[in-house]
Design a protein around this ligand. Structure first.
Ligand code: FES
Ligand code: FES
Length: 226
């Protein structure tokens, strides 16, 4: 069975690591609808990348990079969302792994894990990078921004986040954190992009739900409001 396709609640999936994790480690639990409003879902994915039902794992085709615990780990300082963390980072560890599994910033998603989909997009000194394919040790001294660092400290959404909600851009929400970071990075460097410039700037972020026009409209709407 292809385990990389979308979750189908009618299929009796064999228990695997992803299923076990979603089910809280206790095996498969019956599918049941979650009572979460569409509005709260949208706000969750644009703010912190929360994807209901753990689809961030089910849609992933890759196992997150694993730190080689047999090697010698090295302490380093990593500045993420304005906060400096002192973390043990393996020599071969990726930034995506570090922010998700060491810092607990799970808004950043790992999709392809090979620099193709953009789900893992974060900013380093204002420029977008694929965190799945960037060694954490190369980020010393850089200012990293993840999706959790986009909204204002008081929770006010960035215009890009607000516009994505209004344009109903998130469908499953899996690509949304990367789309938010890419959109914000674009408007930081070019506050008045043409539609073509925005399309090019967002082209490194794939959306399996095909909501490209919604994300594009969101970026253009945010540009008009900034
Ligand atoms: S996870 Fe797809 S580009 Fe990083
Ligand atoms: S909203 Fe589902 S992948 Fe983009």
């Amino acid at each position: 069975m292809d385990s990389t396709g979308p979750y189908d609640p009618t299929i009796d999936y064999p228990e695997g690591p992803a299923i076990a994790e979603i089910a809280g480690g206790g095996g498969i639990k019956p599918w049941r609808p979650l009572h979460v409003s569409r509005r709260n879902f949208l706000r969750g994915v644009v703010c912190s990348g929360i994807v209901i039902g753990g689809s961030s794992y089910l849609f992933s085709t890759a196992t997150p990079a694993r730190a080689d615990t047999r090697g010698v780990e090295r302490m380093m300082s990593l500045t993420v969302n304005g906060r400096t963390h002192h973390v043990d980072v393996a020599p071969n560890e990726t930034l995506g792994y570090t922010v998700r599994y060491r810092l607990g910033l799970t808004g950043t998603k790992i999709g392809c894990n090979q620099a193709e989909c953009g789900a893992c997009t974060v900013m380093a000194d204002g420029k977008t990078i694929y965190s799945c394919s960037t060694l954490t040790h190369r980020m010393r001294g850089k200012d990293i921004i993840t999706v959790e660092g986009i909204a204002a400290p008081d929770g006010t959404l960035h215009p890009v986040q607000q516009a994505f909600i209004e344009e109903l851009a998130p469908q499953c929400g899996f690509c949304t954190p990367g789309q938010v970071v890419a959109g914000v990075a674009l408007l930081n460097s070019n506050p008045n992009p043409t539609e073509e410039e925005a399309r090019v700037a967002m082209s490194g972020n794939l959306c399996r739900c095909g909501a490209y026009e919604h994300y594009l409209r969101g970026v253009m709407k945010a540009a008009r409001e900034i």
